[in-house]
Design a protein around this ligand. Structure first.
Ligand code: TXA
Ligand code: MG
Length: 321
């Protein structure tokens, strides 16, 4: 991978302005939240979001948490049922992430949801994080700012160890006070804990007046949607590594294999990742069968192939929703 210069920014007006400028131009900036450092990108920018996965070396497209600076913005991105609203009003800003149905017209890259109809939203308590979001004027997608498989960074120096040369900047806001990732909760059909974190279930239950159930019995096998075998499945049948389409198939191209839509005519895997979910949705609306050109199995190509394999996997008997 190419090495890019990583700027070190200070927690002052100049640093915030620089971070915002970089984010608006599609760059990756690590910044502190009250929980852990996040690796932020403009959540509306497909390519910037795709670069997050590349910088982290994530082998698959897990959905990402979208960070906002106020509840009003959050409501333009997702639908809040009364319980979700109550929890947001009580616990935001703070270490609670809510997984909610995405607004149809939400101006967000489909990659932040990994193609799912939900979006995870969080309003961080960190003043610095909020200032950067406001200065950028965009919601920010941000997973923890560590290479995939490593522990979450709670200091700028941890981020620098893992991601120098892979991201444009690190905003140093000192150590993170909570030091543990946010609690992730889904509120549709009961309160479901998707990840324990900085806010305890007891505190949530006290405000909700109803129990929070654990999403999985076995914590070693988390069931975040991106990890389910055939979670994001288009209606259409997928045929992978296809050099050409049969007469009844649409062709999703890559590189020189043009197709009806092409993930990246120049064979750029970041561009291909950025286009993946949008193109699949588009072809899914018009075709019952989709052939997909071969994608090289390195770098982001691995995550693309992982997701395509899930989308092509045999459907479970009750996969209607
Ligand atoms: O405290 C935190 O939450 C930090 C700071 C930076 O905000 N972020 C963080 O992000 O821990 P990350 O990417 O390391 O973890 C996000 C988790 C993933 O396990 C992902 O599967 C889950 O959130 N997630 C994101 N969107 C989701 C969705 N729509 N449905 C279910 N799970 C989702
Ligand atoms: Mg993480």
């Amino acid at each position: 991978m190419e090495t890019i210069p990583t700027e070190r920014l200070s927690a002052n007006g100049e640093g915030i302005a620089r971070a915002a400028l970089l984010l608006r131009s599609g760059a990756l900036v690590a910044l502190p939240t009250e929980t852990v450092y996040g690796l932020a990108a403009d959540a509306k920018n497909d390519r910037a979001v795709a670069r997050i996965f590349e910088a982290k070396g994530r082998p698959r497209f897990n959905p990402l948490i979208v960070h906002v600076a106020d509840l009003e913005t959050a409501q333009t991105l997702a639908r809040f049922d009364p319980m979700a609203l109550r929890l947001a009003e009580h616990f935001w800003p703070g270490p609670l992430t809510l997984v909610l149905p995405r607004q149809e017209a939400a101006p967000l890259s489909p990659l932040v949801s990994a193609g799912n109809p939900t979006v995870a939203l969080r309003l961080p308590a960190s003043a610095l994080a909020k200032q950067v979001i406001r200065a950028t004027g965009r919601p920010l997608a941000a997973p923890s700012a560590n290479p995939s498989g490593q522990i979450s960074p709670t200091e700028a120096a941890h981020v620098a160890q893992g991601l120098t040369g892979r991201i444009e900047a690190i905003l140093d806001g000192g150590p993170c006070p909570v030091g543990l990732e946010s609690t992730i909760l889904a509120t549709e059909s009961g309160l479901r804990l998707l990840r324990p974190g900085g806010l305890s279930t007891e505190e949530i239950e006290a405000v909700a007046g109803q129990p929070v159930t654990a999403q999985t019995a076995d914590p070693s096998r988390p069931e975040a949607p991106g990890q389910l075998a055939s979670h994001y499945a288009p209606q259409a049948r997928l045929r992978l590594a296809a050099p050409q389409a049969a007469p009844d198939e649409a062709l999703l191209g890559f590189g020189p294999i043009q197709g009806d839509l092409n993930l990246s005519t120049s064979g750029d895997l970041i561009e291909a990742a950025a286009n993946l979910f949008g193109h699949l949705h588009r072809l899914d609306r018009t075709h019952k069968k989709i052939a997909v050109a071969p994608i090289p199995d390195h770098g982001l190509g691995r995550a693309i192939n992982d997701r395509l394999e899930r989308a092509a996997a045999p459907r479970p008997p009750h996969s209607g929703t």
